[in-house]
Design a protein around this ligand. Structure first.
Ligand code: NDP
Ligand code: BG6
Length: 513
């Protein structure tokens, strides 16, 4: 796509100067794009999808002729949909120039169709409305399934049979969860493939759309200083950390059926691991990158019970305020054993990573909100300055941190001489703090991913064999946890999580960063 062949800034420069626009003019004018958000009345649609579409429109990334349709069972008029959308748009992008005008223009392109998710007839009605807007032009249609997974297949059946494009492309973005284990995921893939070809299915993992995750390959493959160190020879361990400082608030019903391992580790953290650890791809093409990710996943040892610890948050009072336990959520059974925290040690059995622990930690209701990749390097052999570090040589190792969120940053902990006549060393950071270095607002992950789907760029979406490989790593463990009814270690809401996570790390000679 034009966007990926040219750096974005270059594309924007061309646009400003009014010279050749990368998407051909003919294509822009003669084709139409219809984006149907299925489940438009829901939380994700309101919070993420409509705001992302508006941001793309605002930044002029959408084609000239586009329409947005909301589809759900709730009976809404076009006006009611617009009112609903406008509430979430204002809070995100209200400081921009001409925002009101742009918003009005955007809302005029938004329409609503009420219907059942399993009704071919209702999708036929949608098709009729889409055709009116398309006015006989080449039509490209994107469906975003922002609905609970039990109705994915119904919607795909009805949409593909009754509302596919006849002369352009039809693509479907599918939200997670993609099943709950290898079997159910395989079943979902087979069902979707009855109606769609693999290249029409865009399985989204929104972590792949995050700026710092997208930057991981740039960092590795376009700087000489990192890639040569990227192996067991220099890296002692890698940590992938996700923590949230709130519980399952409002999503307990969904969460209890999945748990933190399925919700965060099997997808978001594992995707980061695959990008981090893969070999150099032949090119930046989607298939070349995804081939390398699959290889890493297939080289990774499936998790066993001894590689994991699980936890669940319990109620807690602090400073006169009380915080609920996971099981206080009315949609969660009182005796639920679902983990809201897990830590795991993964090992990749290949020449590059043999013996290097990849530690993952993911939890809800912890003391802080952050997502990070931490790379701890080995000791300097025969370190001349050994005595400056006392007995704790671990304090002297380098550490590279990619802070995915909040406050995006990349920093490298190095040893440095404290200025002065003496010889005292300390650890300092070489720090790239995004908000200090770049003035531009960082786009939301959903903006990047929606634009990629519109442009047919599959690099950041999950291929079915990749999904199979990911489930193969976690399914035996998940089965064992459930069959043996493993009791999660309780940790107080707002704490650092169960101490078991420290023992697990210590077993592999690792200290959490
Ligand atoms: P919601 O529960 O809000 O559901 C979306 C819409 O689907 C609802 O507005 C409702 O519309 C319809 N719906 C809800 N339950 C049912 C049901 N049992 N049967 C039929 N229709 C139903 O989901 P979210 O918006 O939170 O999430 C959508 C998808 O995205 C899910 O797959 C979720 O796992 C995933 N996701 C969500 C995230 C989030 O932050 N919310 C984050 C990452 C992924 P109506 O009644 O009008 O038809
Ligand atoms: C979703 C999970 O995939 O990611 C949620 O289902 C989690 O449980 C969310 O809160 C976190 O996303 P972000 O982008 O807010 O870090």
């Amino acid at each position: 796509s034009a966007r990926n062949h040219l750096p974005k800034d270059h594309v924007e420069l061309q646009r400003k100067e009014g010279s050749s626009i990368p998407v051909s003019e003919a294509e822009k004018l003669e084709s139409t794009l219809s984006i149907t958000v299925v489940g438009a009345s829901g939380d994700l649609a309101k919070k993420k999808i409509f705001p992302a579409l508006f941001a793309l429109f605002y930044e002029d990334w959408l084609p000239e002729n586009f329409t947005v349709f909301g589809y759900a069972r709730s009976k809404l008029t076009d006006e009611e949909l617009r009112n609903m959308i406008s509430q979430t748009l204002t809070c995100r992008i209200d400081k921009r120039e001409n925002c009101e005008d742009k918003m009005d223009q955007f809302l005029k392109r938004c329409f609503y169709q009420a219907g059942q998710y399993n009704s071919e007839e209702h999708f036929l009605e949608l098709d009729k409305k889409l055709k009116e807007k398309e006015a006989g032009k080449l039509s490209n249609r994107l469906f975003y399934l922002s609905i609970p997974p039990n109705i994915f297949v119904d919607v795909v059946r009805c949409a593909s049979l009754r509302a596919s494009s006849v002369n352009g492309w039809t693509r479907v973005i599918v939200e997670k969860p993609f099943g709950r284990d290898s079997e159910s995921s395989g079943e979902l893939t087979r069902s979707l493939k009855q109606y769609l070809a693999e290249d029409q299915i865009f399985r989204i993992d929104h972590y792949l759309g995050k700026e710092l995750v997208e930057n991981l390959s740039v960092l590795r493959f376009s700087n000489l200083v990192f890639e040569p160190l990227w192996s067991r020879n220099y890296i002692r361990n890698v940590q992938l950390i996700f923590s949230e400082d709130f519980g399952t608030e409002g999503r307990g019903g969904y969460f209890d059926n999945y748990g933190i391992i399925r919700d965060i580790m099997q997808n978001h953290l594992l995707q980061i691991l695959a990008l981090f650890a893969m070999e150099t791809p032949v090119s930046l093409d989607a298939e070349d990158i995804r081939n390398e990710k699959v290889k890493v996943l297939r080289s990774t040892k499936p998790l066993q019970l001894e590689d994991v610890i699980v936890g669940q948050y319990k109620g807690h009072s602090k400073g006169g305020k009380s915080y609920p336990a996971y099981t206080d959520d009315p949609t969660v059974p009182k005796d639920s054993l679902t983990p809201t925290f897990a830590a795991a040690a993964l090992f990749i059995n290949n020449a590059r990573w043999d013996g290097v622990p990849f530690l993952m930690k993911a939890g809800k209701a912890l003391h802080t909100k952050r997502a990070e990749i931490r790379v701890q390097f080995r000791h300097v052999p025969g370190n001349l300055y050994k005595r400056n570090f006392g007995t704790d040589l671990d304090k002297a190792t380098n550490e590279l941190v990619l802070r995915v969120q909040p406050d995006e940053a990349i920093y490298l902990k190095i040893n440095n001489k404290v200025p002065g006549l003496g010889m005292r060393l300390d650890r300092s950071d070489l720090n790239l703090l995004y908000r200090a270095r770049y003035t531009r607002e960082i786009p939301d992950a959903y903006e990047r991913l929606l634009l990629d789907a519109i442009e047919g760029e599959r690099r950041l979406f999950i291929r079915s064999d990749e999904l199979d490989a990911a489930w193969a790593l976690f399914t035996p463990l998940l089965k064992e946890l459930e069959e043996k009814k493993i009791i999660p270690e309780l940790y107080p809401y707002g704490s650092r999580g169960p101490v078991g996570a420290y023992y697990l790390a210590a077993k592999h000679n690792v200290r959490w960063g």
